[in-house]
Write a protein that binds this ligand. Structure first.
Ligand SMILES: C[S@@+](CC[C@H](N)C(=O)[O-])C[C@H]1O[C@@H](n2cnc3c(N)ncnc32)[C@H](O)[C@@H]1O
Length: 208
């Protein structure tokens, strides 16, 4: 199920220019590999949220070849940092190359492996976390991330409407992961959450 009508999606895509040549290249790469990137509508939303929250330390969970992270990095100043994570080393090498060629001022870090395991190795709080990992792992993200966010920090999660499967009977494991996560961010005592039905659904949770 498409969340928004395809003609609305096309209209929105056209309204949201991709102003950066590296992002345009990455969008082409996403199409070529049929790789699920967030696209420019959600990319621009991330850029705005990073700026609005004055984020300086970001964790990108499930970076692929770096498209979502690149949008957030564009919004960061030189004294800021972003950590990209992915199971697949090749994806991160590709991301590293895009970051090297792009107009990024902040410091990127690249970590190959399970980002939930990485959390135990990283110290301190984050200002901003973007979650796009395997959907079965979403409940674990909810268990681990809120206490790692500073007060006033932001947790953004992609695919919370999961192609409409969240409204269907007999959910599979991935859908159950999304359902549990989404119910959880609304029930969480330290989060204030909303769901925006753009693309595949994006949740935005503010750490109280
Ligand atoms: C939907 S793609 C990410 C796309 C990226 N966020 C973007 O929009 O440009 C999901 C990626 O997350 C990675 N991934 C899934 N679960 C992960 C985990 N627990 N730790 C690290 N990477 C993970 C997968 O290898 C895949 O490349």
């Amino acid at each position: 199920m498409e969340i928004t009508h395809p003609s609305i999606d096309t209209y929105l895509e056209r309204l949201h220019p991709s102003e950066d040549p590296i992002l345009a290249e990455m969008e082409e790469e996403g199409n070529r590999r049929n790789f699920p990137i967030i696209g420019r509508v959600v990319g621009r939303l991330l850029f705005q949220l990073v700026r609005l929250s004055n984020a300086r330390r970001i964790l990108d969970m499930g970076s692929g070849f770096g498209y979502s992270a690149y949008w957030m990095a564009l919004a960061l100043d030189a004294d800021a940092e972003i950590t990209l994570t992915d199971f697949v080393d090749e994806n991160l090498k590709q991301a590293q190359e895009y970051f090297r060629r792009g107009s990024i001022r902040c410091t990127p870090h690249f970590y190959a492996g399970d980002c939930l395991a990485l959390l135990d190795q990283l110290e301190g709080e984050f200002d901003f976390v973007f979650n796009d990992v395997e959907k079965e792992l979403y409940p674990e993200v909810l268990e681990k991330i809120p206490q790692r966010l500073r007060s006033g920090g932001v947790l953004v999660t992609d695919n919370v409407l999961w192609h409409g499967k969240v409204t269907e009977p007999d959910p599979d494991e991935a859908t159950l992961g999304v359902l549990r996560y989404t119910a959880g961010v609304f029930e969480h005592p330290n989060l204030f959450s909303t769901v925006i039905p753009v693309r595949d659904g994006v949740s935005i949770s503010l750490r109280r």
